[in-house]
Structures are given as C-alpha cells and as structure tokens.
Design a protein around this ligand. Structure first.
Ligand code: ASP
Length: 438
C-alpha cells in the first residue's frame, strides 16, 4: 500500500511546519512518497520563496545586483536546517548558484525551481528519506507536455520500499534544460507521482481543511465539503473556488486514484475526498455541494422577431464571437431572443466591432449590452432529478429581495447558474449558503 503526499508552501514555511509534516508521515507508514513545494509565507507579511526567486531573476535581467534577494532565500533554508539540526552544506550550493547567476548561465525556470529543490533536499535529510530530483523523472516533450510514459517508468524504477522526497513544480526538457509548470504546479507533480506509482490515494496537504462550501471572504466559517466529484470540482473551480492546479486533476483521474485535500495544521480532519463518483453519499440530505461565483460579466442580448423560425441565426451570432477569439460562458435564450454571457475583461477590447458585426449580419430588432453582472453557481450532484431544489433556491433569493437577471440549468442538473447584479453578488452567495448548508 502506498500513498503519495504533497505538501504545499505553507506546510514547508519553517521548522515548526517541517515537524508537523514529519508527524503526519510517521503516523502512517504507507505515506512513503513525498512531493514538496518551495517554502511559502510564514505570516501575512512574509514572502513566498518562489516570488523572491522570480524577483531575483528580474534583477539580473536588468543588470541589478540580486545578492540581497538571494540571501533572503538562502537564509530561510539555512534557518530551517539549523533549527532542525540537519547536516547539509547549503552555503556551498547557494554560492555555486550565485556564481552561475553572475555568469548569466541560469535560466529563469532553473532559478525559480530551486525553491522546491532546496525544500526537497532539506526534507529528505530531515526524514532520512531518499532524495529523487524531479529532473530525473519528470520528462517533458519538445512541445512542453509531460511525457507520461517515460516519466512514470523513470519514477517507478527509482522508488523502492524506502521513503522518498521529490521536488514539485519542475522537470527536464529533452535538451537538458529545466522547465517549470505554471504557478502552483507542484500539485501536478504530486498527481503524476501518484499516477506513476498507482497510489492508493493522492493526499494534497495544505492549510485549509478541504474545499469549503463557499468563499470564506463572503461566508463566515463555511463548512468544508466532505466529498466532491471531479465534475463538481470543475464547476466549482470554473466559477470561483481555486483549490488545486487544474493540471493536477488529469493524471490521477485517468487512473481512478482518489485525491484527498488535507490540512497540515489539523491533521486529524478528514478534509475533502475527490473521486469520479461516490456509491453512497455521506450526507444524503445535503443537496448542494458548494456555492461559488464570479463578478464582472457582460451580457450581449439581442432579440429578433421570428428568430425561432429562422435557420442559422444563432450560428451567425456565435461566429462573430469566434472570429474575435472570445470564449463564451453561457447562452441563455428565449423564443425570439438570445443572450451571450462573457467575462467583461475578455470582451472589452473587441466589444464594438462585435456589436457592429452582429448588427450587420443578423439585423436584430434590439441589441443591448448589460454590464456589472455576477454569476452565481449552486453546484451539486445530488440535485439531479429532485424536485423543489430550484424552487427553494429562487424562493430564498426572492425573499432576500435579490433580483435574478439570468437563469441557466443544463439537463444533467449538476448546477443551477443564476446571474445577479454585481452589487447583489455577496448577498446572493450568503443567502444560498444559509438556506442550503445549515
Ligand atoms: N512554488 C511554486 C509556486 O509558488 C509551485 C508550487 O508551490 O506549487 O507557484
């Protein structure tokens, strides 16, 4: 039995967190493979090591000395080493890195990858685990995709019965250069390791007790979601909640490995379990899994008498958006009208050409743009084929005096999407949370 664990930046921030990680690993011997992030913030005012490394690279790019910034990085790791009494000559490695930086022989990706590299070296030495560098198993193809077959085989060949620590976030290009994933990419490394080793579970340890039912900046102390499917997670992340790097889903999902979000600071909390499907439901009376949303959408609405009887009108409208390379979020429609919902930011630069082209090609009776619209999504697999859920949802919003501008639900009933004015956004989420979660 083998569990792959990934510890994020806040779990690696200082010696106190290293001790918690060790206790978590010692409490379950099947937690044998550990993927780590660079050290994160110790408090709100602190800096993430990865941010400092990007900053350091920007200095060198403009010929500004970055000794001070690099020292902020090295001193964080040296302090952890000294407090934990780890025997590792970091000074020598940082000096060598500085020399290569001065000689301009370090790429940005290589420099920023050092955060995870030093985290993994330290953690491996602290635990007495084997250190496996990510360059020795995470292999990219020339077009920058992970070569899963080669990467999986390489990791499998190196992992034996002993515990291992490997850095997240980066791997090796065919030309021998280091390449990093996008920010937050250690999640992907963990997922790849779990898939490579056919792990029983991929545990992603962070600083919250799982995915929350609603944004804690809007709802006070929202409940964590015990179980969520991949499809629900996609809906929840798309409209707001950001928990995992999107790229972390595919490797484990492909192999049907459950993904468990856990809290390093509350290790006994079961967190959130993410799976393809659940055979039974932990809480059969909870119809809504989560409530999420985003502000600042624009809605382009047009009506044309007799539109429902004409062939090709919708295609013409959508083609205009396609020509301007705008991805459309929702298209609620009536008999003789249709609306196209897109983030305001995405459409701002091409709004007037789009309107002009629609005018010319479709000749609508009316064409208007509504701005400052927020989208709120109630997501839940248990809503399907259960009468009364949307009634309750609309009733709650109506009672709170919130006007609904858009309604959208697909027949799979995984979510109910509503559009409200931006100014009603937070209250809509609050009202829905209160009527469904408690
Ligand atoms: N350290 C990287 C970042 O801050 C990658 C990660 O932590 O997942 O984005």
């Amino acid at each position: 039995m083998l569990k792959v664990t990934k510890f994020g930046g806040s779990s690696m921030a200082d010696a106190k967190q290293y001790r918690k990680v060790r206790d978590i690993l010692l409490s379950d011997p099947s937690r044998r493979v550990v993927v780590v992030s660079a050290a994160g913030k110790r408090n709100k005012k602190d800096h993430k090591i990865t941010d400092l490394l990007y900053l350091c690279y920007a200095h060198t790019l403009y010929g500004v000395d970055c000794t001070g910034v690099l020292e902020m990085v090295s001193s964080r790791y040296i302090a952890i080493r000294d407090e934990l009494g780890i025997d590792l000559n970091l000074e020598e490695e940082f000096a060598a890195l500085k020399q290569r930086l001065d000689a301009k022989s370090v790429t940005q990706d290589e420099l920023v990858s050092r955060g995870e590299y030093f985290s993994a070296r330290l953690m491996a030495a602290y635990l007495g685990f084997q250190f496996i560098d990510a360059v020795d198993w995470v292999k990219f193809t020339l077009d920058g995709e992970v070569d899963k077959a080669r990467s999986y085989a390489a990791l499998r060949a190196m992992v034996s019965g002993r515990g291992v620590v490997t850095p997240g976030f980066y791997g090796l290009m065919p030309d021998g250069h280091i390449r990093t994933f996008s920010r937050g990419g250690s999640d992907i490394t963990g997922s790849l390791a779990a898939a490579a080793l056919d792990a029983e579970v991929y545990e992603n340890w962070t600083d919250v007790s799982g995915i929350l039912m609603a944004d804690p900046r809007i709802v006070k102390d929202p409940l964590p979601i015990p179980e969520v499917t991949y499809d629900e997670l996609r809906e929840l992340s798309y409209s707001g909640a950001q928990v995992l790097h999107e790229g972390a889903i595919y490797p484990v999902r492909e192999k049907n490995i459950p993904l468990n979000i856990r809290n390093t600071n509350a290790p006994d909390h079961p967190g959130t379990m993410i799976r393809e499907r659940f055979d039974s439901n932990a809480d059969p009376d909870r119809f809504i899994t989560g409530i999420t949303g985003r502000k600042d959408f624009s809605v382009v609405s047009l009506s044309k008498r007799g539109m429902s009887n004409q062939v090709g009108v919708l295609r013409k409208i959508l083609t205009v958006f396609e020509r301007h390379n705008i991805s459309i979020d929702y298209t609620p429609s009536g008999i003789d009208n249709v609306s196209v919902v897109v983030p305001t930011e995405a459409i701002a630069a091409s709004l007037y050409p789009i309107l002009a082209e629609i005018q010319q090609e479709v000749r609508p009776d009316s064409l208007v743009v509504h701005d400052q619209i927020a989208i709120v999504a109630a997501v839940g697999r248990q809503m399907a084929f259960r009468p009364g859920i949307s009634g309750k949802l609309f009733g709650a919003l109506g009672q709170a005096g919130i006007n609904i501008r858009i309604i959208n639900q697909s027949p799979d009933e995984l979510n109910i999407i509503i559009g409200v004015d931006n100014r009603d956004f937070a209250r809509a989420i609050q009202v829905l949370y209160e009527s469904f979660a408690i």
